[in-house]
Write a protein that binds this ligand. Structure first.
Ligand code: PMP
Length: 437
């Protein structure tokens, strides 16, 4: 049964958001004809596909290791045959079909939305990590001079692409749940009539990079309602979604769009396997309105042709082996790993820094956003701390324009408990040195 939601944003609405660059892209002459190659009896002289007889790969074998004691660790075989042939060749722009299908089922399982059979009006595309999706989303949505609502502080890796696309940043203050809905409402309610309105809000809602903050359900509902009221999109960059430590994961913006009822089609969600499988495997995906995903795919077909398909084949084999439950068990183990790291790291911070720094305990992700008892963390962190043998990022890099801030971002993903203890001793010494004590 087809049940197209009556409240899906009209497809012409996206014309207001898509950039001239996105609208001027055309399907690749070759890729547009790829589906016809599968027609029975067709002889294809179409693409410059290298002949697979010349590829020196017979099989791909991946040995799994247990991430926690007792977990199974078999070998995955991607044997000569259609899977390997597809993975080694030029193939679908939006991702290997079987991986695409798994991700579609996963999004349905986790976020309660299904994109097949016309049940919901959105699309999915596999990308080379979520940064790739982010770059293409910026190119599709941000025009020179467009206002973009961002968290303050914001993921430092988001600043360059948005800047290059021509964004004018509107910083929204954050609290312990990330972007403040109250401040966002204030900004939007007072937005001058004669000024072009912001097109989108960019947010990292779980285990925020850098602040560690996670938005609760009500916060997301409030921001989603503001998006509806003021007609802007939500770019939900959520690579730490599966690294939620205690209790249930808060519904994503993408899920809430449906749960709340009313109109859909405002959320472009970015997922990543970097933090739970491997960052080098470069697999992520974007889920959102068909018009935007199509624009991103046209970008891919011109810029990369396709996301790395041997990586996709490995992830596809792994997902087929695990199934959705196995994947969710795995990410639960990974989240547990980082929860233990957080506890140890925070314990060391409490021991060495509590009189000279403050922070909010992160409930997801990898970051502690430390407010040092000094005016300018840059003065402490940039050179002095390095000279004393500890590297962290000064808060200044998480703002689009330079400023003086007492914050610094510490990542607890790698440090052992011994390293954490030593790092905080060194940081403490550095703060006192800076203060001349
Ligand atoms: N967004 C945020 C908020 C991140 O922290 C990161 C990784 N640093 C990315 C995107 C990029 O992740 P990926 O490896 O999936 O490209």
């Amino acid at each position: 049964m087809t049940c197209q939601p009556s409240s899906q944003l009209d497809s012409t609405h996206y014309d207001n958001w898509l950039t001239a660059q996105a609208k001027s892209r055309h399907p690749s002459a070759i890729r547009a004809l790829f589906p016809l190659e599968n027609k029975p009896g067709m002889i294809s002289l179409l693409a410059g596909k290298p002949n697979p007889e010349t590829f020196p790969f017979e099989n791909i074998t991946v040995s799994l290791k247990p991430v926690s004691p007792g977990a199974p660790h078999p070998k995955l075989e991607i044997n000569a045959g259609p899977d390997l042939a597809e993975a080694l060749q030029y193939t679908a722009t939006c991702g290997l079909p079987r991986l695409h299908k798994f991700v579609s089922d996963l999004q349905n399982h986790v976020h309660g939305r299904r994109c097949e059979a016309g049940e919901d009006d959105f699309a999915i595309t596999i990308t080379n990590g979520s940064q790739d999706a982010f770059t293409k989303a910026c190119a599709a949505l941000i025009e020179q001079g467009d206002y973009v609502l961002i968290e303050s502080p914001v993921y430092t890796g988001a600043i360059p692409e948005m800047t290059i696309a021509g964004a004018q940043f509107v910083e929204i203050e954050c609290d312990e749940q990330g972007m403040s809905a109250e401040k966002l409402a204030q900004v939007m309610d007072n937005w001058p009539q004669d000024k072009p309105r912001p097109k989108l809000v960019y947010t990292v809602p779980t285990g925020n990079n850098p602040s560690g903050a996670s938005a609760g359900k009500q916060r997301k509902v409030d921001i989603l309602n503001l998006a509806r009221k003021h007609d802007f999109l939500i770019l939900e960059d959520d690579p730490y979604y599966f690294l939620t430590f205690d209790g249930e994961r808060v519904p994503s913006y993408f899920a809430l769009e449906k749960q709340l009822g009313g109109e859909r089609g405002r959320v472009l969600r970015l997922d990543s396997m970097s933090k739970v499988l491997s960052s080098g495997i470069r697999i992520g995906w974007a889920t959102g309105p068909q018009e935007i995903i199509k624009a991103m795919d046209l970008h891919t077909s011109a810029a990369n042709l396709q996301p790395n398909s041997t990586s996709q084949a490995i992830v596809q084999a792994l997902f087929a082996h695990w199934g959705i439950d196995g994947l969710l068990n795995h990410v639960a183990r990974v989240a547990d790993f980082y929860r233990v790291k957080r506890d140890a790291f925070e314990g060391a911070a409490a021991k060495h820094m509590s009189d000279i720094a403050s922070w909010v305990t992160p409930t997801a992700g990898m970051f502690l956003w430390l407010k040092l008892d000094c005016d300018d963390s840059n003065e402490v962190i940039k050179e002095r701390a390095i000279n004393n043998g500890v590297i962290a990022l000064p808060g200044v890099v998480f703002y689009p324009t330079p400023r003086v801030t007492p914050y610094t971002r510490l990542s607890y993903s790698m440090a052992s408990i011994e390293d954490a203890e030593e790092a905080f001793k060194r940081l403490r010494r550095t703060v006192f040195e800076y203060k001349g004590v």
